[in-house]
Ligand binder design. Structure first.
Ligand SMILES: [Zn+2]
Length: 451
C-alpha cells in the first residue's frame, strides 16, 4: 500500500511536500516524495488522503482507559476530592463493566489518532480490551499496599497477573510492565520490591510522582487532605499507624526507597520538582510523561516541559484519566500544553514542532519503544495516521506543525493504522468488537453508577 498526502511528517526528518509512504508486511518500506516513491514501488496500490498530513501515530504515554465510562461525573472537583470520588464510583464496577469501559476508551483513542498507549491498570480486562482492539500498548500492572504486612501478598498477585496476561494475550503489540500505586496508597517498600522485580524480569516501570501540591505536603509534612482521607476508613486503612512526615520531596522519597533502580523507569507528572530532583532524574535517566490538560483540569499544576526536555530526558505526553478530561485526545494536550508553557515559562517559548515530537518520538522513547515506533522511518512498524488539513480554519497552510497543534483535534483524523492494519477510517472502526453493543453497555453502566 502506498499512502499519499500533501504533507508527510517523518518527525525524524524535514516535512516532505507531496509525499508518499509505502507500508508492507506491517512495516514502513519506503518514505519520500510521492513521485520518487511511486517509481520505486510501481506495483503498490495508492491511497490518496489529499490535503492532509501523514505522520507517526500518536503515543499516549499515560492513561487509564478503563475509567472512560466515568467521563463527566465530577467536572468541578479538585484533585484530592476527585480521586476519592473516583474510588467511590470504582467500587460499583464489575469486571464486565471495566472491560466495556476500556473498549469505549480504546475506540475513542483510535478515532483520535492514538496508536499506542501506556496504561496503568490492575485488571486483565484492560489487556483483553487492548488486544481485541489491536491497539499497541504498554500495560503497567499496578501494585498497591499501604499496610507493610500486605506488600508481599500484593507483589505475588502482581507477578501472577503479569504472567497470566503475557500468556493469555501474547502479541507483538502488547508489552507488560509494573507500576507502584500513587504515593498515598503505597507503602514505600512497594517501591523497592517493584524495582527489584522489574530488574529481574526485564520489565519497564511507571510511577506517578510529584503530581500535586497535596502529594508534596503529604510526603514532606504528612499534612494534607491525603493524610486525612487515606488514613481513615474511607481509604480502608484504619488499623495503620499514622503516616509519618519524611521531610523529602516525592522524587527523593521514591528514590530513597530504591524506586529508580530498575532499567526503564517512567515518571508520570513530575510537576513539583526542584533542581535536586531533576539532577537525580537525569542521573538515573528516567523518562517523563506529562499530562498538561488533566493536570490543569484537576488543579495539579504545570510541568516544566522545556526544562525536562533540555535536561536530555525522554519526555512524552499523556491524556491521563478519561474520567477527568473530556476527551482522549492528544491533539488537545499539545495545544493546551504549549499554551500553558508559553504562559508560565515565557522565557523558554515552546514551539509546535517540539510538541509534535513529544507526542510521537518522545512518547515512543518514554515507553521504551523507540526502535519500533515514533517516527516514519524505513524499517519501523507502520503506526501511521492521516490528519485532515483541508478545512477553512486551517487555511492558509503556512506552518504545518503549528497548524496541526493549534487547529487540529481528534475529529480531524482521517485514518489510524497500527502495525500496518487500518483500524479506523472515514468515521468507521475496523476492529473485532461490536461498537453498537458497547454503546448499549456504556449506557447501562452509567445508569448504574449514577445511583
Ligand atoms: Zn493517571
Amino acid at each position: 500500500m502506498l499512502l499519499k498526502a500533501r504533507y508527510v511528517l517523518p518527525i525524524s526528518a524535514d516535512i516532505i511536500v507531496d509525499g508518499g509512504v509505502v507500508v508492507r508486511d506491517g512495516a514502513i518500506a519506503d518514505v519520500g516524495p510521492f513521485n520518487v516513491v511511486r517509481l520505486r514501488n510501481p506495483e503498490e496500490e495508492v491511497v490518496d488522503y489529499g490535503t492532509a498530513a501523514l505522520m507517526p501515530g500518536l503515543v499516549d504515554v499515560h492513561t487509564h482507559l478503563e475509567y472512560s465510562v466515568m467521563r463527566g461525573f465530577s467536572p468541578d472537583l479538585p484533585y484530592v476530592r476527585w480521586v476519592f470520588e473516583m474510588l467511590r464510583q470504582a467500587a460499583k464496577m464489575d469486571p464486565n463493566d471495566w472491560y466495556d469501559s476500556a473498549i469505549l476508551g480504546g475506540l475513542e483513542a483510535l478515532s483520535n489518532g492514538i496508536t499506542c498507549i501506556g496504561d496503568i491498570t490492575a485488571r486483565k480486562e484492560m489487556a483483553k480490551a487492548t488486544s481485541e482492539l489491536g491497539l499497541r500498548a504498554v500495560l503497567y500492572r499496578e501494585v498497591g499496599a499501604m499496610d507493610k504486612r500486605r506488600v508481599g501478598y500484593a507483589m505475588n498477585q502482581a507477578a501472577r497477573d503479569i504472567a497470566d496476561w503475557a500468556e493469555l494475550y501474547a502479541s507483538d503489540l502488547l508489552h507488560i510492565g509494573i507500576a507502584p500505586a500513587p504515593v498515598f496508597l503505597c507503602h514505600p517498600l512497594v517501591y523497592s520490591k517493584v524495582a527489584a522485580f522489574a530488574r529481574d524480569e526485564g520489565l519497564p516501570v511507571a510511577m506517578r510522582l510529584a503530581g500535586s501540591r497535596e502529594e508534596v505536603n503529604f510526603v514532606r509534612y504528612g499534612s494534607s487532605p491525603l493524610a486525612v482521607d487515606t488514613m481513615n476508613d474511607r481509604g480502608g486503612y484504619v488499623e495503620l499507624p499514622p503516616w509519618l512526615p519524611t521531610g523529602a520531596s516525592p522524587i527523593r522519597y521514591a528514590l530513597n526507597w530504591g524506586a529508580f533502580e530498575a532499567d526503564h523507569v517512567l515518571v508520570i507528572h513530575a510537576i513539583h520538582i526542584d533542581e535536586d530532583d531533576l539532577r537525580k532524574m537525569r542521573e538515573y535517566q528516567v523518562a517523563v510523561g506529562v499530562c498538561p490538560r488533566c493536570s490543569a483540569q484537576l488543579g495539579m499544576g504545570v510541568a516544566s516541559i522545556e526544562e525536562l526536555v533540555r535536561s536530555g530526558l525522554a519526555v512524552g505526553v499523556g491524556t491521563d484519566s478519561p474520567a477527568a478530561v473530556d476527551s482522549i485526545d492528544v491533539f488537545r494536550e499539545l495545544a493546551i500544553g504549549m499554551l500553558l508553557q508559553r504562559a508560565t515559562h515565557s522565557h523558554e517559548f515552546t514551539d509546535a514542532k517540539m510538541m509534535l515530537r513529544l507526542a510521537t518520538e518522545g512518547g515512543a522513547r518514554a515507553l521504551g519503544l523507540e526502535d519500533s515506533i515514533g517516527t516514519l522511518d524505513v524499517g519501523k512498524r507502520a503506526d501511521i495516521i492521516a490528519v485532515d488539513l483541508s478545512v477553512a480554519g486551517q487555511t492558509p497552510l503556512l506552518n504545518i506543525e503549528s497548524t496541526i497543534v493549534n487547529t487540529c483535534t481528534g475529529n480531524d483524523v482521517l485514518m489510524t493504522m497500527v502495525d500496518g492494519a487500518v483500524l479506523y477510517e472515514k468515521s468507521q472502526w475496523h476492529v473485532d468488537v461490536e461498537v453498537a453493543r458497547n454503546i448499549v453497555r456504556i449506557i447501562e453502566i452509567r445508569n448504574k453508577l449514577r445511583m
